[in-house]
Design a protein around this ligand. Structure first.
Ligand code: C6P
Length: 410
């Protein structure tokens, strides 16, 4: 089966892609190019959630009845599938959270509570607020110093500046795997090697990478890796924190409540074993069930194929977009994901996005939760198209044609 045939077949698994939107003239078939914000869900994910509620709904790790055992088995199966997806060594290294944001908050809060005033956290200038604000909050609380690796005009991190920025007070390096604005894919393994040679752990924000290319946490040797289910065909409200067992064992719990304790007295508590120590309260069971179905789906399609297909779509898009007069594309990294942020001279990104919406084309507009990055690019906001496994060349044509029309009218 060739690529086009494969995409047309798998599009049939996504009911929402048949949606016709009202707009200018006749209704238009949806062209969904806002996948970096969230992805659409295949029928198998929707069915898995419905089946769970129709047959096995119960709380997990608590009840000794049939439904409780089934729900627990499904929830733990999702953890095991996540372990396999990342090639993590142990399933206890997989913590379910609400999303990338909560995963990073967990590490920022727990890890930084072990630090001393004056200790340093090294970040980059291209971080999403999720991998910036939690560290700023921890820095305020514990008197830490934040430092930033800059990126060059192509949107590539300046690896060569690391030795200058590094001091003996650096305690953690946190960086994004793929930028949600520039599309830059950072050479994470090189950063990890540099940090580990100096005995410092690394956290990677994988929100825009894990859905799009194979990630092997052992090969990358990362200490923490965070990502969200909803950006990879799964439900919202579920995320993953991978952490090396040794680190997770050293860190204090993040949130307190049921499930994260082994015993409690009026005076204090003893934390539970991993991974439960970090999963306080009733977890997002339906989210985990849906996520397991999403991982099955991604496994069948193949992450290598998804990566290759998105590369083809992106090269095509970057070539076609040159036709549009007055258009700027941000980011020129050689290793680039299917994210294209752009602006049209003299047109506000929100107006551009609203215009494209009239043609049925969904793109995001704004600062993309990366204020410092936008400021460095010298823009208040940009529009952004982002691709996933179900997008086609015809959809890119529809987007570019709408942009060309917009360039004339707006
Ligand atoms: N970026 C975007 O449109 P959550 O919201 O927790 O699932 O993911 C946060 C997050 C963290 N890191 C990166 C690199 C991200 O891109 C995101 C989410 C979306 O770009 C929504 S702002």
């Amino acid at each position: 089966m060739d690529d086009l045939e494969k995409v047309h077949r798998l599009r049939q698994d996504f009911p929402i892609l048949n949606r016709e939107l009202a707009g200018v003239g006749t209704p238009r078939r949806l062209v969904y190019l806002d996948n970096a914000a969230t992805t659409q869900k295949p029928r198998s994910v929707l069915d898995a959630i419905t089946a769970y509620y129709e047959t096995s709904n119960a709380n997990v790790h608590r009840a000794i009845h049939t439904l409780g055992e089934e729900a627990t088995r499904l929830y733990e199966l999702a953890r095991e599938k996540t372990r396999a997806f990342l090639n993590a060594e142990f399933s206890e290294e997989i913590i379910f959270t609400r999303g990338t944001t909560e995963s990073i908050n967990l590490v920022a809060s727990s890890f930084c509570s072990l630090l001393n005033p004056g200790d340093e956290i090294l970040l980059t200038e291209m971080e999403h607020h999720s991998n910036l604000v939690p560290w700023q909050m921890a820095a305020q609380r514990h008197g830490l110093v934040l430092k930033f690796i800059p990126f060059d005009p192509d949107g590539v991190l300046e690896f060569g500046k690391l030795p200058q920025l590094w001091t003996s007070r650096v305690r953690l390096l946190a960086l994004t795997h793929t930028s949600n604005v520039l599309g830059t894919v950072n050479p994470v393994a090189d950063f990890v090697r540099f940090a580990h040679e100096r005995g410092v752990p690394v956290l990677v924000d994988g929100a825009q990478a894990a859905p799009h290319r194979p990630v092997d946490v052992q090969a990358l040797d990362v200490d923490f890796y965070a990502f969200s289910s909803h950006k990879m065909l799964g439900p919202t409200g579920l995320g993953v924190l991978y952490g090396k067992k040794d680190w997770l064992e050293k860190l204090p719990p993040f949130a307190g409540g049921g499930e994260m304790i082994r015993s409690v007295t009026l005076e204090g508590f003893e934390p539970n074993v991993l991974p439960y120590k970090f999963e306080a309260g009733t977890p997002n069971i339906e989210g985990a069930v849906g996520f397991a179905a999403a991982l099955d789906y991604l496994g069948t399609v193949g992450l290598d194929w998804i990566h290759g297909w998105e590369q083809k779509l992106t090269s095509y898009a970057l070539e076609q977009i040159k036709r549009v007069p007055g258009l700027t594309v941000y980011g020129k990294a050689p290793d680039r994901a299917g994210v294209v942020a752009f602006s049209l001279e003299g047109v506000h990104a929100h107006d551009l996005s609203a215009y494209l919406d009239q043609s049925g084309v969904a793109v995001r507009a704004g600062h993309h939760c990366a204020h410092p990055l936008a400021r460095k690019l010298g823009v208040i906001s940009t529009a952004r198209a982002s691709f996933y496994l179900y997008n086609t060349f015809e959809e890119i044509d529809r987007w570019i044609q709408a942009l060309e029309a917009g360039a004339k009218i707006l």
